[in-house]
Design a protein around this ligand. Sequence first.
Ligand code: ADP
Ligand code: MG
Length: 491
Amino acid sequence: MSNLVKGKKYQWETVIGLEIHAQVKSNSKLFSNSSTVFGSKPNSQVSLVDAAMPGMLPVINKYCIEQAVKTGIGLKAKINNYSVFDRKNYFYADLPQGYQISQYKYPIVGEGKVTIDFKDGSSKDIRIVRLHLEQDAGKSLHDQNPTKTYVDLNRSGVALMEIVSEPDIRSADEAGLYISKIRSILMYLDTCDGNMQEGSLRADVNISVRKPGDDYGTRCEIKNLNSIKFIKQAINYEVKRQIETLEEGGVIDQNTLLFNTSNGKTRPMRSKEEAHDYRYFPDPDLLPLEINQKDIDKLKISIPELPDDRKKRYVKDYSLSNYDASVLTADKSVSDYFDTVIKSDKSLQDSSKIVVNWITSELFSLLKDNNIEIYDSPVSPNHLGKLVNLIKANVISGKIAKDVLLEMFNSKEDPEIIIQKKGLKQVTDTSEIEIIVDEVLLNNKKMVEEYLSGKDKLLGFFIGQSMKKSKGKANPKILNDILKNKLSKKN
Ligand code: ADP
Ligand code: MG
């Protein structure tokens, strides 16, 4: 698959590296016991530590450390037994300390990798450089008062994991797949809630272009994107801009950019000359963090089955394609639902494809129309399994099954009860179907003549009429056979 982008003069290769900020799922902050709940009243979750009152000392939250280690394991990365918290110094209204506690030279997690899967069944590894822990800043509110800016420190001190990739990504699509995969892994691990709208997962995107075979070009960094759609839009815009600039003989300045979501363009925030000198140094209030191997090994055992392992299991046990399995496992709650359906009845193991289809087409569209998440589905996995079995056993046709599913969705009832109550059982009794067919042929004599003189397409009409008469309950195969048989005898 070629990822080259055509300019006016040359072909270009896009080079992308992501710095993802993932909020650690934890009840309290990285260095204080304040709550991390989203959407609370401004400044209602701020301790003296978070407000940087003089003399307050940070106390490390062990749970956040464990969450970072688990994430590192999930990213197949090296866990560092020794890491250091540094102060990253800069001034900003929403940063009361005047510095952010982060990790610089010695991060808690080192090199790892993440696999992304393509539609054609192929896959690719994106290398991770590091994962480090840091504090989030507060938030400036510019829209509360016409002349004042307010500051909300609820987010100040919340633990973030910054996950940095190598510049291995080659297109907007790959960037989308990469961040989706990271999100999926974090959600399986339960180390981040993955809520991009609330900012629990956001990314800085570094982009450059080069002619194939050349060294890396100068990159620009687009800050703080919080949706996959925006990430792709921003990349596509920026790649075009860089190519145009270079082909016109210009140079790329290493700028930090902001993406304007309303017009889809990037604009400079600051240039390299204005880049901060953060004057990192080890935080004197915190000892280096030492984690012993035993504790790491304990956490390793607690790691649940992750998307890649599930994907492999689905390919092996249920003969799903690599891509289908990757789509199904991307969202843990969807995958859990599928697993429960399949495990609800042994005979469903050979019908995994049918089960997948019913989940991803019919059930998904009902859930989407009603804005319900799959873990709240009114159709239980058990009932969906039953429905598939009823279709397989020819008790109902696929078409009737759609109506039954709708009824299951609305009433939460067992499909068997619905079928019984509404008399939806498929008619397989040949004599009953023959009566219907005879009637249809008798009522449409002219059409029968036309059919016999060569208008084959009319078969569909007869099937439609008969099906209608049976209220959709005639077994389609039997109906088809009977019709053909009767028509051939008329010749
Ligand atoms: P900094 O220290 O300035 O943040 P890093 O070397 O840590 O720079 O890189 C930050 C991110 O930029 C990484 O994700 C990396 O993969 C990416 N990156 C580095 N060089 C390039 C390049 N030439 N084009 C695109 N992305 C790049
Ligand atoms: Mg960086």
